[in-house]
Ligand binder design. Structure first.
Ligand code: ZN
Ligand code: ZN
Length: 410
């Protein structure tokens, strides 16, 4: 797709890199296996390689050779062309010798024809697997696919690709920069979380005391604090009349204990959304980790408007808030109390400013039909999102947001 850059440009890039090493830089690559690459794998009887595609005469499996990503990574997002109903599992290794167990990767949907800016997406039509967080020193991957019988008119499995991401270490910022503090605000230091000691020597991020009992602005970790990449193009603005809740559909062992680890996950999701989904920025307006920390995602610091996201397929007039996790089989994370409590705080703050009745239902213009003002993604699209375990809390979330607004001082 890309042309070879001119030598002068490369020299300029090298000069810039040499001059100022960038802390917290995200590195990522697409590791692609296609055509004759498949020949090095292990074929079950019933699988054949024809015209560069894997085809199945009957339900059968294929196991790949070992793929070296060429860089260490801590997240891997698979996507594949053809065979939409293939069941994919992957296994990763730091050295190509010691391997972790097989991880089943649920299919989350399909990559759109175009990127958000209208240019063609090179992975258009690929099935999109869930993003999987793995150990940070991972470099190698192998996979196996269970292929249902290939229908006669179809080509079969044509390409398997993995977007591998190293989110870097994040920016080094003074403590006061971690959350969006205003001058004169007091920093409250949250209690240390078990496991924090083993991480790099950064102090825990401070919280902003809630200035208004009720529906004031909750503490939010601004983009600069977690090391967001700038959006590809300028934002489009909207005014939210609906608030959607999602899960990030990320597969992991649920082991994060520090703000730094969660910030790294948000950087990872941003790069995945921008470079595999082809979006302008993160799809969601906010992301909430299991510790209840709120990360500013596709939003800016102007609370008078909302940035239009890419979160539910319609987007205009709706703000998307995503809880980090996979609250659905087969992963079955459970949303934490801190996470849901922060979701309620955030929704109450937005609903209060935008005049959204949390118990109401109104026309969602971009969708073309009435929708509950606070809704789960699955109410407007055929998706498991936000997962059964989070969606089951919808009424509690709605009534809690409503209670919070009723208690708001005049
Ligand atoms: Zn969703
Ligand atoms: Zn966290």
């Amino acid at each position: 797709m890309s042309r070879t850059p001119a030598p002068a440009f490369l020299a300029l890039v090298a000069g810039l890199l040499g001059a100022a090493p960038i802390l917290g830089e995200v590195r990522s690559a697409q590791v692609v296996q296609e055509g004759t690459d498949f020949a090095r794998g292990r074929f079950d009887p019933g699988i054949s390689l024809r015209g560069g595609n894997l085809r199945a005469l009957r339900d059968a499996s294929f196991e790949s050779s070992v793929l070296d990503a060429g860089l260490t990574f801590s997240a891997i997002g698979p996507h594949w062309q053809g065979a939409a109903h293939a069941a994919l599992e992957l296994s990763v290794s730091p050295d190509g010798v010691r391997w972790g167990g097989w991880i089943a990767v649920p299919r989350e949907g399909e990559i759109g024809e175009t990127c958000e800016d209208g240019t063609p997406n090179p992975f258009s039509g690929d099935s999109l697997g869930a993003l999987v967080f793995v150990a940070p020193n991972t470099r190698f991957v192998r996979y196996r696919v269970q292929l249902p019988e290939t229908p006669s008119g179809e080509a079969g499995l044509g390409r398997v690709a993995f977007h591998v991401i190293d989110p870097g270490t994040g920016p080094e910022l003074p403590i006061a920069g971690r959350h969006g503090m205003e001058p004169g605000e007091t920093a409250l230091v949250r209690p240390a979380v078990a496991g924090r000691a083993g991480r790099r020597a950064s102090a825990p991020p401070p919280e902003i005391p809630n200035p208004v009992p009720g529906a004031g602005k909750p503490p939010i970790s601004l983009r600069a604090t977690w090391g967001a990449r700038p959006p590809k193009t300028g934002y489009t603005y909207t005014l939210a009349a609906h608030l959607a809740f999602h899960h990030t559909a990320t597969v992991e062992d649920w082991s994060a204990t520090t703000w730094d680890e969660c910030a790294a996950r948000v950087r990872t999701i941003q790069t995945y959304h921008m470079d595999t989904n082809g979006w302008n920025d993160l799809g969601y307006a906010y992301v909430i980790c299991k510790h209840g920390d709120v990360f500013q995602a596709r939003e800016d610091d102007d609370d008078a408007t909302d940035v239009q996201g890419a979160h539910d397929g319609f987007n205009r007039g709706s703000a998307g808030i995503s809880l980090l996790g996979y609250f659905h089989p087969p992963v079955d994370h459970q949303p934490t109390g801190a996470q849901v409590s922060s979701l309620v705080d955030l929704m109450a703050w937005i609903a209060g400013r935008r005049g959204i009745d949390p118990l109401g239902r109104s026309l969602y213009d971009a969708f073309g039909a009435p929708v509950d003002n606070l809704y789960g993604h699955r109410e407007v699209k055929a998706t498991d999102c936000p997962g059964d375990h989070l969606f089951a809390l919808k009424e509690i979330i709605r009534t809690s947001v409503s209670d919070r607004l009723l208690r708001m001082p005049l």
